[in-house]
Design a binder for this molecule. Sequence first.
Ligand SMILES: Nc1ncnc2c1ncn2[C@@H]1O[C@H](COP(=O)(O)OP(=O)(O)OP(=O)(O)O)[C@@H](O)[C@H]1O
Ligand SMILES: [Mg+2]
Length: 311
Amino acid sequence: MATPSPATASKTDPGFDPIKQDGVSPPDPRTGKPAGVFDDVDPSQKSDRWQIRVRGLHKTFNRKHYVIRDLNLDIERGKTNIVIGGSGQGKSVLMKHLMGLIKPDRGHIYVDGVDCIPMNDVQLNELRKKFGMVFQYAALFDSMTIEENIIFPLVEHTKMPRDEMLGIMKTLVEKLEIQHLVSKFPAELSGGQRKRVGLARALVLKPQILLYDEPTTGLDPIQTKNVDDMIKHTAEEFHVTSVVISHDMASTFRIGDRISMLWAGQIMECGTPEEFLKSKFEFVREFVETSGAVDFEPLGPGEKPLSWPPK
Ligand SMILES: Nc1ncnc2c1ncn2[C@@H]1O[C@H](COP(=O)(O)OP(=O)(O)OP(=O)(O)O)[C@@H](O)[C@H]1O
Ligand SMILES: [Mg+2]
């Protein structure tokens, strides 16, 4: 298998500047457009279909190597958008950019048609109210009860009376079926229960977009299925756009409305699960098929798989 160069490959040429490096992405041979771009619609126009449009995002750390390389990605409104890709390929870094927690070297992230990259701290704080984040290990405060953990964002960001906060919390815990846990402490909960509490906390400020970083890591198959159901249920019940980073191919194809594969700093393949399983890229097929979870549409007689990056 021809493995594309890892995202962290550095160049030894002393004149090499990973930030200025341009034109590294040849067009997708199927569309003639840069990888990850599928239409000609101006991303700075608000779109009914796309809530987030990332264009030309580039990020290096310490000017040594790039992690995200002129990346393009579209996130569909109200859908479950999954980002897959190998460990260390930049998935979490990409997610932090979406929330404005990291500044790129260059590029644009349009949320509802507004570019967030030039925003100042006040504007970014306002933008972040649209987002909720469910962290990999739930990141609960151990010294607080579950109830206190869930209302924490309301205490931090609003001047709401406590009764009102508890009312919001009560509705949420009932919907997520964790009402029996509210007076416990995080240490008393299982991994799956913690993830539900983390989700309740992410939902308490009524975000439009929910980001999940590897929500099923460390869970057994039944808990994984429960968390998958929770993500789907949350998307429908609260009408949110979900962006899910996942390592789990079975989960990805079970709940994804749209799947994007990140590798070597770029979106290598992207589409609905049906479109994705028609991918002609050899590396995409091998990466996903190794899991045994899904099969790609066979290539036609005499048809050769495409290499990536496209030549
Ligand atoms: N603050 C930072 N400073 C320097 N390098 C960083 C920083 N954050 C991330 N990186 C590097 O960026 C690369 C991508 O990291 P990232 O955490 O996004 O990977 P990932 O795709 O989420 O991997 P995993 O699946 O293991 O969680 C890694 O090589 C990592 O070391
Ligand atoms: Mg990660």
